[in-house]
Structure formats: structure tokens, C-alpha cells
Ligand binder design. Sequence first.
Ligand code: FMN
Length: 366
Amino acid sequence: MQRRHFLHSVTLAAAWTALRPLSPARAAAPPDARQRWQELLEYARWAPSPHNVQPWKLKILSATRAQVYYDPTRLLRHTDPTSRFTITGLGMFVECLRVAAGPLGFTLTAHPAPEPQLNYAATDLQLFATLELAPSPTTAPATDRELIRQRKTSRLHYDSRLIPAPVQQRLTAVAAAYGHTLTFSSTKFTVDFVLDLNRKTLFTDLDDPATRTELAGWIRTTDEEAATKKDGLWSHCMGFSGRLMHNFFFHAERFRSAWKRRVLGQVYKHSMHGTTTVAWLQGPFGRRPDWEQAGAMLQQLWLEMTRHNLYLHPFGSVITNAEAYAQFCRHVGHCAESEPLWLLVRLGYSQEPPRSFRLTANDILC
Ligand SMILES: Cc1cc2nc3c(=O)[nH]c(=O)nc-3n(C[C@H](O)[C@H](O)[C@H](O)COP(=O)(O)O)c2cc1C
């Protein structure tokens, strides 16, 4: 009897909810804070980061305020000692939140923490920026946020097609809007030079035990490990067998002989087949605000490339290795100190690459 009464009242309540007109106040009520930020996070968690370290955490303060923290256990102490590339990645994450907030009618303002770089001595979460959402004053069409989920790094073969001039111009304009210069080259001389320089530098860098050890911590050589940890560089995305990558990183002594290194170099070279264009970014990259801004720009640039079905593959070693950097600068003429070169990529059209894993929104929420 009691049970019937309960069902009856539930049915009545459901009917009342369905029939009742929504009052204006109720229709305009903001969604629950967690629901709103979680919606934005479902996009931003797909932001790229060096070695897919995903250092970000999000703490919700209210429906319009949140804080981004970084996890000191996810930093690259040896290979990114100034934290400039990790901050660039955090800037990309914030930009993804901004893009995702657009269709909800919000602009996002980030108030960065004052420290000039990330704190490598810390053991607990550190504040990166406080975020504020405010109603957008404009109705200008925003960047399509679905591009955030479509964007991927492609380390596959490219199909040799050149990038049409209008697309190049569009991309150059995106970079210029943030004060950066994007330069393309499709001359075989330069493309071959860059591919060769990147390959040699990568292998030289990996001969350094400290570099190899840090990178080894982010290598995921089985599908199970990649799916469980949901971060790092999964061999499947790198285009190599997990076994080969495991041996290369954890049994480096097996790759000392010249012929093995030659074969490995050839395999790596072959993976770049069909590359006909390289590009590089120059611009302010000396201080923390520059790195945050560069991240915002790179995210927008990468989304614009995605809109044109263009893929890219960064060549970080050439930037971080001083000798390789100098060689590249000599090749292109010079690199002004005021306009340092901070990103070098190959780019073009490829099949759809595999999707790398990501932490879930729940993993990221504090
Ligand atoms: C600042 C920055 C530097 C990167 N450098 C490299 C690089 O040197 N080599 C590389 O293969 N990928 C590089 N990547 C790509 C990341 O490894 C990649 O974004 C990450 O693994 C997630 O994969 P996804 O882009 O396919 O989502 C870089 C990404 C960022 C944001």
C-alpha cells in the first residue's frame, strides 16, 4: 500500500514537471558549476602537451571561477629545465577551455600565478592560473570547439601534397595575430635538411642517459599500459613496435653497434616518407607570459590546421639541442634573439593517426 502511494506520487510529480511552463528565472538559471566546468573540460582534456604529460588539474570555485593547478610529478625537469614548453602546453589547455566556453556565451580570462617558471621542487599541486568566465560582449562566430577533439599529432607518412597558398596565408595570419612569424618551406633542400637534422639530433639526445631516462618514464610500450596510465607516448602513436621502443629505451646497450643504429635511422627516416613541407615559428619566447601566449597561439594555429585537414609533427630536439638549433639558424640565414625559433614541424596530409590517451575529466578535477 505504501509502495503504491510512493509510485503514485512519483508519477504525479513527473507529470507536473512535464506540464509546468518554465519560468523565465528558471530557464536562465546557470547550470550547476561542476556540470559547466566539466563540459569545458571534456574538450580541454584533449589539449596537446609535450610527451603527453598532461600536467593540469582544475579546481572549481563557482560557476564562473576555477583554478588551474599543475602536478609537479608530471614535469620534465631534465628536458624542459626552464618549463617553457610545459607552460606552452598549459597555455594550450587554458586556450581549449576558452574555445570550449565560446558557444556557451562566455569569454574566459586567465589570471596567471606570479612565479616566473614552474616550481620543480614542489611536491604538491601548484597554482598555475585563476580563470574567470564572463558573458561574451560579442556574437562573433567562435572557433568550432569540435576541432579540439579532432586535432591529433600525425607521425605517419604524409601523401606529398603541397599546402595550398591560401591555407598557408590563413595560418600565417593566425600566428601574426599573436605577434609570431610562421615560415613555410617546401624546397627539397630544406625539407631534407630538416628531416636529417631532426633524426640525427634525436638519436644524439637519446644517447644522453638523463634524457633517455626522463623520456623512458613517458614511453608506453603496451596497449594495456597506455590505456591504464592514459598519458605519455604510446608506441602505437609513435609508429613503432612496442617491443622495439621498450628495447631502445630500457636496453640501450643493444643499440650500440653502428649497423643497428643505421637500420634504426633508416626505419625512422622511412616513417617521414611523403613529407614535402616543413614550417617553423618565431616570436617572443623569453619569459613566462610569452610561453602562455605562445601556447594560446599554437592551439589556435593547430585548430585552424585541423579545420583544413592538415596534420603536423613537431621536431622538438632541433629546438632544445643548442648545436642543432645553431645549424638550423645557419641554414635559414639567422635567428634573431628577439625572435627566437621555438617550434619546428613537418606538416602535410596523412591518413587519420591513432588517438593518444587522455586522463578523464574526473582525473583532472581536484
Ligand atoms: C609544446 C609541444 C612540443 C611537442 N614536441 C614534440 C616533439 O618534439 N616530438 C613529437 O613527436 N611530438 C611532440 N609534441 C606532440 C605531443 O607529443 C602530442 O601532442 C601528445 O603526445 C598528444 O598527442 P596528440 O597531439 O595526438 O593528441 C609536442 C607537443 C607540444 C604541445
